[in-house]
Design a protein around this ligand. Structure first.
Ligand code: PLP
Length: 370
């Protein structure tokens, strides 16, 4: 046993004795790595972490290049400029915006601030797992409500499951992993009917891919809502780290004490340039839509079941356990996403470029016919 191992074991034992395990700050990157540990070969196709193979837009690349030279400073002014730019783009007051190095950070903070023993985390199943891991850390009860038959959040079941003890209702729209939408009216109902003192956390990491109505008006109207956006998805900046939380100033105040949430200058410069660039969202939405439509037609033609998606990923049904399919695909250098415990016979496949999807199709046909 090496010194690090013994140290971490001791720390673990102490934390466990205190009833607190180390907080796993989970990002899509970490979750994707848990299901595919290690390093992918350099020529592998990566369809496992809902990343954007296009990377940052041209304006963001240029702005980040310039920002590198100013990297010797913390650039506090850029933080304010990012908040102002985002506030203007979304038509909310600047004090309702807080920037972070990705949206995983505020997602965890909201759970830490509003959940705990007797204050439950309520989520959809299958849903994005990061929030419920944070809830487990603060020993909050966790309620998972299966999606409806249309793959929307079952708001009624979420309200019923929580009773009066809710801390956070988490709604990812469109959902990760299914890429399906929850009608805005259902989210509005959740906000209206949730118990006092709880909040609704609307995660719009993927909203740009479908152009569905945002819940930003609920923030504008001062409701008990946190809304998250990230630059990791449509803007292609996952490795550069930038994200935003929108909420009433008093709610943002509740999540501020958990750390500085400070962004790298490249993240700030790239985020501002992305928000200011014209047509990026629309172009990329169309690019992804074509690839998605093509894949869905191909799956239908090959009689493979899937959940129709409006996002940059598709849940594909597999005849054998998804885990085995993922392993067989990885052996063919196509790394696909994970399966969820409640849906063990589905795999999540992120949409890549046209060329990458051709490689996916070739490997997938081999795997399902073997
Ligand atoms: N929320 C959802 C639903 C996600 O899928 C992700 C990443 O995949 C995030 C939030 C946070 O991403 P990041 O921390 O890269 O902004």
């Amino acid at each position: 046993m090496g010194p690090h191992e013994s140290l971490s074991r001791r720390a673990f034992a102490r934390a466990a004795a205190l009833g607190a395990l180390p907080l796993p700050v989970l990002t899509e990157r970490a979750l994707a790595q848990l299901s595919y540990p290690g390093d992918a070969p350099p020529d592998a196709v990566l369809l496992n972490a809902n990343e954007n193979p296009l990377g940052p837009c041209a304006a963001a690349l240029e702005a980040m290049g310039r920002a590198l030279r100013t990297g010797g400073r913390y650039q506090f002014g850029e933080t304010l400029r990012l908040a102002r730019t985002a506030a203007q783009a979304e038509d909310v007051p600047a004090e309702c915006v807080q920037s972070f190095a990705g949206s995983s950070d505020p997602l965890h903070r909201v759970v830490l601030a509003f959940c705990g023993p007797g204050r439950a985390f309520v989520t959809a199943d299958p849903g994005y797992e990061a929030g419920e891991r944070a809830a487990a850390f603060v020993q909050a009860p966790i309620h998972r409500a299966p999606l409806t038959k249309d793959f929307a959040h079952d708001v009624e079941a979420m309200l019923r499951a929580a009773g009066r003890e809710a801390g956070v209702f988490y709604v990812c729209n469109p959902n990760n992993p299914t890429g399906t939408l929850t009608p805005k009216a259902a989210i509005e109902r959740l906000v209206r009917e949730k118990p006092p003192g709880s909040v609704v956390l609307v995660d719009e990491a993927y909203i740009h891919f479908c152009g569905a109505p945002s819940c930003m008006d609920l923030v504008r109207d001062g409701r008990d809502v946190f809304l998250l956006r990230t630059f990791s998805k449509i803007y292609g900046m996952a490795g550069l780290r930038a994200g935003l939380a929108f909420a009433r100033p008093d709610l943002l105040g509740r999540i501020r004490p958990y750390g500085t949430g400070f962004l790298p200058v490249t993240g700030m410069a790239g985020a501002i340039a992305s928000l200011e660039a014209k047509g990026v969202v629309e172009e990329r939405r169309e690019y992804v839509r074509r690839i998605r439509e093509d894949l869905m037609s191909w799956l239908r033609a090959n009689r493979v079941e899937f959940v129709p998606s409006v996002s940059n990923k598709i849940m594909i049904r597999t005849a054998k356990p998804g885990r085995e399919v993922s392993a067989a695909m990885a052996a063919r250098k196509v790394i696909i996403g994970r399966s969820w415990p409640s849906w063990p016979n589905h795999v999540r496949v992120t949409l890549g470029t046209v060329e990458e999807m051709e490689k996916f199709k070739a490997a997938f046909l081999q795997v399902i016919s073997s």
